[in-house]
Write a protein that binds this ligand. Structure first.
Ligand code: WTA
Length: 654
């Protein structure tokens, strides 16, 4: 790995911080031991942190055995997630701000939405959903900008028992259509435009294009957010704000089983088709709320800001469900870190007196390059804890974050987790676990990490070791299945290392037992903190009429963490050109979205294949990394000479 961090650097929280923290070192050790020794007892206690309608009597009922994988938590309890995030706070917090909304344009006033207002708006939206026929168990796709309506929509679905599936507003019409069809959604909720960084994405127009490929029965609820002109289809499109104004301001919540699905979230895997990760109600909420409170050491009165988009799991767990279940004040930001200037994050922190700030290394790296003066300009004295998520944080970025944003005194929590895990898996608790730059440190309560040998699948018992990261037992926030495909769920996560949940990540464990994630070991790459399947980009490329074959790999990228490197073999007779390169880039943007656009495209007359026709990705990765001195054994290739051509014409020279 490049930039192997100095494992000896250890950063301890101050005595004052520890004195105030929910969990200190002693408590962590005791609670962690209890959580893995007797998960039933531990989670029976912590399951009480949310309100149940019918209390559970069973706690854990889980099986990781391949072929019989089955995960249930609190299975006979009933609850409503929306009631837990709103109604239960009404007695003590009705007038407290639940959501601070900071718009893209700083000249537009921010909104402070109280819990009382959140109840009203969520109810109104729930009543509109009911009026268009949405019932318990129905799927609702949400394709919205980062506006309060996105929060209302999620909570409205939860209120009436509908299952939401959010599609990130950066995805293309094709990607949206695939997701609407895969979960057979009844309704899609969108907006006219999504303003970001002063530019506008035409969401309604994208939705119109997507719905051409979907059933005529799908209704389209539209938030007129920017007010710009849009195309309107009378029998299908509904003005959501107008209907909400006319709807009743209260909607009762329904009683849901702990294991009833709360949401589906599509994520990338190692095949071309995105996976519909299913999270259920009880266990997910217990885990999201507990991790939000303890990982960030959230206290009443704090302002919590997670800069993710609600289109990703981080937004689900740490903008909406975790904070709101805890009665927190959560900040929702519509914009980007560099608009109108590179000080925007810090301006927003100062303006709203943010206490906990949670972002991705890619954002830190891009701001780092623009100079510390953008940070120094703003008063960051309200900050208490900083967080990092989505990819390994390199030591330079960690140090910059610590020095300029944290002023050397705020704990940094490097949280390792996944769409599949619902909440944090490995992370320091800031008052309990000293940080080492680049390490996600130790497991959260109930999480049993194991390091396995990738070849033999043997568990490495020694403390200092390296291998693939698996988890030995279930935790309440774990995904339950893939939508409509339990077989694929088992195949993807439980087949390779029997008896374990396989994360897809490699890791190292140091002498102190700290975990260091070394990145994905499968065909998933991490581009600007966005997870991407190389197979998805490949299938987009080969859908182009001039492309015969394509292979996509990641390569180290200074800002994005990983960049997308595509090897493309053209159809016979097609000449490579810069114009064609641009055409392919545009084509991928259209098929998946801007986040999937290849950074480098290399014309490959042939791809290195084994005699049985399997593409040797290991070789392609090495060439993309500009590290072709160690290609390993190429003698099994059908035509070893293709490798010379690929090296000769490589795109990433440094
Ligand atoms: C990577 C995002 C190192 C990892 C919450 C994982 C990380 C994938 C970290 C999941 C971290 C996430 N350090 N790597 N702190 N956090 N990852 O599903 O490769 O979008 O498997 O969930 O991101 O990405 P996902």
């Amino acid at each position: 790995m490049k930039d192997q961090p100095d494992a000896s650097a250890v950063y301890k929280p101050s005595d004052d911080f520890v004195a105030n923290a929910h969990v200190d070192a002693g408590a962590y050790a005791k609670m962690y031991a209890a959580s893995v020794a007797d998960p039933d007892a531990f989670w029976a206690e912590h399951g009480q942190r949310i309100d149940w309608i019918q209390p559970f009597t069973k706690v854990k009922n889980t099986n990781f055995e391949f072929g019989k994988v089955d995960i249930k938590w609190f299975e006979d309890g009933t609850l409503n997630v929306s009631a837990n995030c709103i109604d239960r706070h009404m007695i003590t917090r009705a007038n407290q701000t639940a959501i601070i909304w900071e718009p893209d344009d700083p000249k537009t006033p921010a909104l402070h939405i109280t819990y009382a207002k959140l109840l009203e708006e969520t109810s109104r939206m729930a009543n509109v959903l009911k009026s268009v026929g949405v019932k318990k168990g129905d799927r609702v796709v949400i394709y919205l900008p980062m506006i309060p309506e996105a929060a209302y929509a999620m909570l409205a679905c939860a209120r009436i028992g509908a299952i939401h599936s959010i599609v990130f507003a950066g995805f293309s019409p094709d990607a949206l259509a695939n997701r609407i069809n895969d979960c057979d959604a009844k309704v899609v909720i969108t907006a006219d435009y999504a303003p970001r960084g002063g530019k506008k994405t035409p969401l309604k127009d994208n939705t119109d294009k997507a719905l051409l490929h979907c059933s005529d029965r799908v209704k389209c609820l539209v938030v007129k957010h920017t007010g710009d002109q849009i195309h309107w289809i009378a029998d299908r499109d509904i003005d959501l704000r107008q209907q909400m104004d006319w709807a009743k301001p209260y909607c009762p919540y329904v009683e849901m089983g702990a294991e009833d699905p709360l949401f589906i979230l599509y994520t990338s895997g190692s095949t071309g088709k995105p996976k519909g990760v299913v999270h259920t109600s009880g266990g997910y909420l217990v885990y999201a709320s507990m991790t939000q409170q303890l990982t960030f050491d959230y206290h009443d009165g704090d302002v919590f800001w997670c800069t993710a988009d609600v289109g990703w799991v981080t937004g689900h767990s740490y903008i909406i469900y975790g904070p709101l279940a805890n009665g927190a004040t959560t900040l929702m930001f519509e914009g980007v870190p560099t608009f109108p200037d590179a000080g925007r994050f810090w301006e927003v922190c100062a303006k709203h007196k943010v206490s906990q700030f949670y972002t991705a290394p890619t954002a830190i790296r891009s701001l780092m390059g623009l100079g510390p003066e953008w940070v120094e300009k703003h008063d960051l004295s309200s900050l208490k804890v900083l967080g990092s998520v989505g990819e390994p944080i390199n030591p330079e970025a960690w140090n910059w974050y610590n020095t300029h944003v944290g002023k050397g005194t705020r704990p940094i929590v490097d949280t390792f987790w996944q769409t599949e895990t619902g909440g944090h898996m490995l992370t320091p608790l800031p008052g309990a676990i000293p940080a080492k730059p680049g390490s996600a440190t130790l497991p959260f309560f109930g999480v049993k990490p194991v390091v396995l040998d990738p070849a033999t699948a043997k568990v490495h018992d020694e403390v200092e070791t390296e291998g693939v990261l698996c988890i030995a037992d279930s935790w309440p926030g774990q995904m339950r299945t893939l939508w409509g495909d339990h077989e694929r769920f088992q195949e993807a996560y439980f087949a390779q290392y029997k008896g374990y949940y396989f994360t897809g990540d490699g890791c190292r464990r140091d002498a102190d037992g700290y975990y260091w994630i070394t990145g994905r070991v499968d065909d998933v790459i991490n581009v600007s903190g966005h997870r991407m399947g190389t197979a998805e980009v490949e299938s987009a490329l080969v859908a182009h009429e001039k492309v015969a074959e394509a292979a996509v790999v990641g390569y180290p990228h200074d800002i994005k963490g990983q960049g997308i490197y595509a090897y493309v073999t053209l159809m016979k007779g097609v000449e490579p050109s810069d114009a064609l390169r641009k055409e392919l880039e545009a084509f991928v943007r259209q098929e998946i979205g801007p986040i999937a656009k290849p950074d480098l495209i290399q014309w490959a007359p042939g791809l290195p294949k084994t005699r049985s026709g399997k593409i040797m990705r290991r070789i392609l990765r090495k060439i993309a990394e500009n590290d072709f001195g160690s290609l390993g054994d190429t003698s099994t290739l059908a035509d070893p000479s293709v490798v010379d051509d690929l090296i000769e014409n490589r795109m990433n020279r440094h």
